[in-house]
Unconditional design. Sequence first.
Length: 423
Amino acid sequence: MDNFVNETIFPSIEKMASMCFAKFKSLPKTGKPTDTEWTVLAAVVECDEKGGTCKVVSLGCGTKCIGKSKLCKRGLILNDSHAEVLARRSLLRYFYKEIKKAINAPKEKQSIFTWCEKRRKLYLKTGVTYHFLSTQLPCGDACIKTSSNDLHEYHEPNAKKLKTTNEYDSENSLGDLVYTGAKLLDPQHKDCMEQSVGAMRTKPGKGEPTLSMSCSDKLAKWQLMGIQGALIAALLAEPIYLKSMTFYGNNSSLECLERAIWQRFIKDSKFNHSIYGLHKPEIRRYIASEFLYKQVPNKKPSPNGLAWCDIELKDKPYEVSVNGKRQGIISKKLHSPEASLKISKFHLFSEFLDILKLKPILLETFGLTIENVEKLNYLKAKCLSKTYQTAWLEAKTKYFKQWSEKPENLIKFYTNKIIIDDE
């Protein structure tokens, strides 16, 4: 396949923004910012070109990220509650519900997926595309603005330290950059706050380092490996990519966004894989914003994370988190699955196992039985997608050399054991 794929059919900026802000407004007031708070909104819009329809299918709001000492060995706590990540995890929850529809009632054709008995895989219906919107630039490399002359020096270890400005100042001249608080991972950079273009970074934490990659890096990964992740990749015939990305902000620079999401990898663009490739989405920016809770001076960031996806009301599509856990949970349940959001690793993994049990032929495909599927831990489940893991290993060698990996003890959890965290 081609290394770069560029699709040009996508909803207008105005339509995207209007739909996403209207969806946010329609959600319950619980957890939303107060008049003295701000947040970032991110959303994913699904378009059906055959049906001529577009709708918001996932939405996230948030600015927080927990430190590495707070990480949970059971997958119960959200490590990263930035809006982009919450919107994407909510999209995964939506995908799981649609996969169940395709498996349970294939003749009704109500799902975005279709099941192929011959290949034992699911296909996304032809003409269904996904489009991303955010009310702020993604943290990390996309926030760094420098002259176009520097674009060929992404991986130079001795790149000069650039002058920084406030991250949310009005747009500066081309020679200036926007400061990012995300921290460099390349050991050749002695100053982890150095504002070098094209580098991998982790998100800043409150008082301690995090293991979460910047949103610029995560968006870049999703455009190489697909937005569906490793578990769902095991069920699909092909990965799912975002066809367009739209960002708000006076500091926005299309050059910086393109660099962060795909262009910084162009020197190493030979990616020898049959179904995975470096996809170049249509990247757009917009200036006017109707979002009432955008960042302005004298307001503080909301402590809450908000997550919503387009599923039935009985399944509780709207969730509010604080410090990565469900808001309002009583103390005695604080370390239990009940305290965990449905978009957490624990619950999304549970959805994956449910699908395997719904379709016995999948168990056979992966060499499992109904008796031993519950003995599958999260890490082993991710490894079921051998094609994905092979491609990701190659991607880390060529593109994501400084990608932060979670310790194995954090990703070897089971869904059928109640283990009390020792936090």
